[in-house]
Design a binder for this molecule. Structure first.
Ligand SMILES: Nc1ncnc2c1ncn2[C@@H]1O[C@H](COP(=O)(O)OP(=O)(O)OP(=O)(O)O)[C@@H](O)[C@H]1O
Ligand SMILES: [Mg+2]
Length: 426
């Protein structure tokens, strides 16, 4: 244990001390069992590991844990962190040959080779574009690339992040936290845009919180494209496409459209709006989500599509769906706030957040803010909402008296006890 206790090689992510110790013990056990290891060697971890890492690559499983010995170091595959449509992300503990340090990273593997290659290309481009190390911390780009045979990329090693924003549970997390995390990711988006890329897959699952004090990151470049390519095949979640992405109904059916950084801003606005409705409001205000759902899943006639703030086409159902017009949205939101027992200052803050989200989904792409503007707004907003409460959690109850209003006709909603508990909104 002394090797670890002297603290030299323990830049492990600051989880609980128990977890940290378990991880280190696991790694030591694995190194001891690994081929080539001889006891009685110098206690320095890098010295111990030298014979291992100089040997040819070896793979094995020890106590159900995958271990790989490569020229770069020993890699221990750990828990599954998440997966998406194309990728699988797991945690790896890595003993680095060059620095002699134990690092915990995230390993991204993808069925789609071009997804991996694209991340590497984007990183190269951003470096050429002059982005500094600090700028790059806002983006979940590869720290290392693992190549296999024929120059194919096997996996990307990324910094280990915490939960993505879709997983962060509402209630336990105050609004300023979301704002702070979104502000970091917006800085990443601004860099990406300035370098000429469109992210094309903005959503809460692709914003990764940090597990320490570092900034959150905008991640997942599976659909990222050059902004200069106009009519191009676009991917991502079609529910969140900006209206101008679809030029005509035929093109919409074929998933063809225009790609521009302003369409990322549109999707960003929807994400902010959805975070507010799905995560923030329901914890504090007794409204049923169904009214918003009705707005969201309204079925429309194909030819009316331009009238709405958002339209999408579900191929499998051959149906067009529309998102409510911003005015309808604002009306319901205002009504919900006015029926709540929030203070004027709190209401104002929520309204400002929502108004900003709505300005991002302006039907005219040129009227939308830039990613830099968004980062600035959210940074200020996070500061402002944190100081409203002097950094402490706010306590306020639900207005149960309005529970028979038409906004609360969902019988499943009943939270009478929560008056006492209080919640933190900001
Ligand atoms: N560096 C990381 N640290 C921790 N968790 C991560 C990391 N990268 C990704 N994840 C988790 O894995 C999930 C999938 O990763 P990613 O979004 O890159 O995959 P994808 O297949 O491209 O997803 P999508 O379906 O959105 O296209 C993320 O939503 C997140 O929860
Ligand atoms: Mg994703």
């Amino acid at each position: 244990m002394s090797i670890i206790d002297n603290n030299q090689y323990v830049p492990l992510s600051p989880k609980t001390p128990v977890e940290k110790k378990q991880k280190v013990n696991r790694l030591i056990a694995i190194i001891r069992k690994a081929p080539g290891y001889q006891s009685g060697q110098t206690p320095k971890l890098n010295e111990r590991a030298k014979p291992l890492i100089d040997s040819s690559p070896k793979k094995g499983t020890i106590s159900g844990v995958d271990v790989e010995v490569t020229p770069q170091g020993i890699r221990v595959s750990g828990k599954h962190l998440g997966s998406g449509y194309t990728s699988n992300v797991s945690e790896v503990v890595r003993f680095d040959k060059e620095s002699g340090q134990i690092k915990v990273l995230a390993k991204l593997e993808s069925r789609n080779q071009s997804v991996l290659k694209r991340s590497v290309k984007i990183l190269e481009n951003l470096k050429i574009f002059g982005l500094t190390e600090t700028d790059l911390t806002y983006l979940g780009l590869p720290l290392r690339v693992d190549y296999g045979e024929n120059g194919r990329i096997k996996s990307l090693l990324l910094s280990l992040q915490g939960q993505d924003l879709s997983e962060v549970s509402s209630g336990s997390v105050p609004l300023y936290f979301y704002s702070k995390e979104l502000a970091s990711a917006a800085k990443g988006l601004a860099h990406l845009h300035k370098a000429g890329f469109v992210h094309s897959d903005i959503k809460a699952d692709n914003i990764l919180s940090s597990i320490d004090d570092k900034p959150a990151q905008l991640a997942d470049f599976g659909f990222t494209r050059r902004a200069t390519i106009e009519k191009t095949k676009i991917g991502g979640a079609s529910r969140f496409f900006a209206p101008e992405t679809y030029a005509t109904i035929d093109e919409m059916k074929a998933n063809l459209g225009m790609v521009d950084s302003k369409s990322d801003i549109y999707t960003w606005g929807l994400m902010m709006r959805n975070l507010m409705i799905e995560k923030i409001l329901p914890e504090f205000i007794p409204f049923s989500g169904s009214e918003f759902d009705r707005l969201e899943y309204r079925n429309i006639q194909p030819n009316d599509k331009a009238l709405y703030g958002r339209v999408y086409y579900l191929k499998e159902k051959d149906q067009f769906y529309a998102f409510a017009k911003d005015e309808e949205y604002s009306k319901i939101f205002d009504r919900i706030l006015s029926e709540s027992r929030l203070s004027e200052e709190q209401k104002r803050a929520l309204t400002d957040f929502m108004d900003y989200a709505l300005s991002c989904t302006h039907i005219d792409p040129q009227a939308r803010p830039s990613a830099d503007d968004i980062a600035e707004f959210l940074t200020d907003f996070a500061k402002r909402t944190e100081t409203i409460t002097n950094g402490t959690k706010l306590n306020f109850g639900l207005d149960t008296s309005s529970s028979d209003s038409d906004l609360s006709n969902d019988d499943s909603y009943s939270d009478d006890d929560s008056d006492e508990d209080g919640y933190s909104l900001f």
